[in-house]
Design a protein around this ligand. Sequence first.
Ligand code: FES
Ligand SMILES: [Fe+2]
Length: 366
Amino acid sequence: MSTRMTQLLNAFDATLPLSKARTIPSAWYFDSEIFALECAQVFGRNWQYVGRSELVKDPGSYLTVEVAGAPILVVRDEQGTLRAFHNACRHRAAQVINEPCGHATKLRCRYHGWTYDLAGQLRGTPEFDGVEEFKKDEQGLPPMHVETWGPFVFVNQGTPKQSLAEHLMPLPAMMAGEGIDTLRYFDRREYVLECNWKVFVDNYQDGGYHVNTVHPGLAAALDYSKYRTELHASNTVQISPMKPSDDPTVAKVRAGTHAYYWWMFPNLMVNLYQGVMDTNWVLPLGPDRCRVIFDFYFADVESAEAKRYNADSIAVAHQVQMEDWGVCEEVQRGLKSRSYDTGRFSVKREAGGYFFHQLLAKSLRE
Ligand code: FES
Ligand SMILES: [Fe+2]
């Protein structure tokens, strides 16, 4: 590692108490070497959310995704085993599967027609006779670890230090009574933001600090005085009691006694209200850009009345996202100001933000 990078990584002190802590330096939000290190260390070696379990339920079903520059393929083989691979053909590295999801009996690369079975073994190599020192059984798709929790599939491209269940603790136990399994996927929204992926996470992790100022509509439904953040091993949960909102559009679709905002290191967030769940998945596209994907789940996704309700709920989430979008891009511009390097944390509100920076620094330094 270069001296410059070592200095940059050492510029953040993760040992301070929150009352004395500073954020990670601004360069971590736009430096291309930091970005490359994050892709390798943070996204390449930790559990990563990759998509919905129901897409890979049946033998032959698959999903593909690109996480921080790594093309990934998850497939359920004929025996029912869930498998994940690097989605790069062993011949010239084309993506073996290009569709975001679907069904297949074999994996056929469209470039020169090599085929792999659903277990990733190379089976067909047209016009390859006479190639020496080439063993087909050593040319399978490189596998990676894959596990599911409820509606979510995760992979780990490295050697997992812990199982997915341990990584997620105590989320599965805490959410067991909240009926997540009864919710059904309904729809997706995608946004490309001109900011570093961490700006979006920081914004999520500020313990409700910006809710009253940036989200007046949502603020009316939350009892902000009792909003609290819990820190766990690799995730956090922000819990707020709900109150009846005087804004009828919000009140109708943000009911129940509590709102839960889960964040799982590094880039998955799950928002849960009564009968309503959405995942906010932020994928880095470069130091200055990220894709944010919202998947919406509801108790009822069939009846016409439910569909109207669900659309209204999505409209409220979209409004909140538009409000966040503005501040996130503004923050990215400010981080590049010569005047700004680090900031301080509210002890009352921003424990989650500092915790994110601590986990991030640990992962980058490992
Ligand atoms: S790149 Fe896949 S067959 Fe050539
Ligand atoms: Fe927000």
